[in-house]
Design a protein around this ligand. Structure first.
Ligand SMILES: NC(=O)c1ccc[n+]([C@@H]2O[C@H](COP(=O)([O-])OP(=O)(O)OC[C@H]3O[C@@H](n4cnc5c(N)ncnc54)[C@H](OP(=O)(O)O)[C@@H]3O)[C@@H](O)[C@H]2O)c1
Length: 326
């Protein structure tokens, strides 16, 4: 079978390759074998291959935080998963044609959902939903503000907030994103830059924004923080600018704004199996009914992984890059 592998840390399209290895043996009694139908290339995968992520695997390594596929064999002790089930992968190393995993490391999803959307279910929609739920008790009519609003997480925040009745202020850095994100359900679109606070105040009629969701950091987090109301939370979950998170002392001291961080791996790590099933069951049904989706720019064959990785590393994309390994 074909897998993606890298044997040194560096630019993902340079150091990664599609290689041929023996098909997996098994499954052992508590395992399943999954034919991977699709996986996305996320910024965290690129950072992992560059050696800049929180998790630095021993080399050679196979990347891939997520993926979806069809179960083609189950171990003798596995009772709740059968051959033919469609599952998402909860653990890493998924950029392969055939994946062996413990049954406890996969979760069933709808057999008829859009496979590209299901491939992206584990990371970005879950991140968006948990950030919307876990910091501020948002009620219908409340405002949140986010940057990188056209990202996979950003798309999910827009759609999930909409279904909660929560209104979104969406900060982007390209004018051409305003029309598609408005069509997606974004309430307010603003270009990042000088005067952001005043433009947001005007667009929200001085709305009290109690949650800021930041993947960019640097000067963008400073501007987003300035848009927040008293005792708001600024939740950082990304390092897209490569700059430190910035916030002025008066925002922290006088306004009582809390800067905190979100990492899905940590939340999932402390979640019970039944809570994880509930979370992904909820997201999977929203994918199936079409209310949750993330823009896709292209999908590739696994043999073209270098092109796929170079594409995923480009700025200014109009959606995610995925690979269909089978
Ligand atoms: N903490 C967690 O648990 C967690 C979970 C999921 C994702 N994340 C992080 O969330 C971020 C978004 O991930 P994703 O998969 O949703 O992204 P994505 O769909 O691949 O989109 C990338 C986004 O990053 C923006 N961007 C790239 N470089 C930038 C820069 N220097 N300044 C401002 N914006 C920049 C792009 O804007 P343009 O289109 O204008 O280039 C685009 O909006 C990443 O940092 C990722 O690591 C974290």
């Amino acid at each position: 079978m074909k897998i993606v592998q890298f044997d040194r840390f560096g630019p993902a399209h340079d150091v990664s390759a599609c290689v041929e290895v023996a098909d997996p043996q098994g499954p052992a009694s508590d395992e399943v074998i999954v034919d991977i139908a699709a996986f996305p290339i996320n910024p965290a995968d690129l950072l992992t291959i560059e050696g800049k992520y929180a998790i630095k695997p021993p080399l050679p390594a196979t990347p891939g935080a997520e993926g979806v596929g069809t179960v083609r064999a189950v171990g003798s002790a596995v009772s709740d998963i059968v051959v033919g089930d469609r599952v998402i992968m909860l653990t890493r190393e998924n950029w392969v044609q055939k994946r062996v995993a413990k049954a406890s490391e996969v979760i069933k999803v709808a057999p008829d959902g859009d496979v590209l959307q299901q491939a992206m279910l584990k990371v970005n929609p879950a991140t968006a939903l948990l950030m919307l739920r876990n910091y501020i008790d948002l009620k219908p009519g409340d405002w949140v503000i986010q940057d990188a609003a056209n990202s996979g997480v950003g798309n999910s925040v827009i759609r999930l907030a909409k279904s909660m009745g929560v209104k979104t202020v969406n900060v982007v850095r390209r004018e051409e994103l305003i029309a598609p994100l408005t069509a997606m359900g974004a309430d307010v679109l603003v270009l990042d830059g000088d005067g952001l606070t005043e433009r947001v105040a005007a667009a929200t009629d001085n709305g009290n924004i109690r949650l800021g969701i930041d993947a960019v950091a640097g000067d963008t987090s400073l501007r987003v923080a300035e848009c927040l109301g008293e005792n708001a939370k600024l939740v950082n979950y990304g390092m897209l600018s490569g700059e430190p998170c910035k916030i002025m002392p008066d925002q922290v001291v006088f306004k009582g704004i809390d800067l905190t961080g979100f990492w899905l791996a940590k939340d999932l790590g402390s979640m019970s199996r039944s809570d994880a099933e509930k979370l992904y069951g909820e997201l999977s049904s929203q994918v199936s009914d079409g209310s949750l989706s993330v823009s896709v720019e292209a999908s590739y064959d696994i043999a073209d992984i270098k092109d796929a990785l170079a594409h995923a590393a480009r700025e200014g994309r109009n959606g995610k890059i995925l690979v269909r390994p089978n």
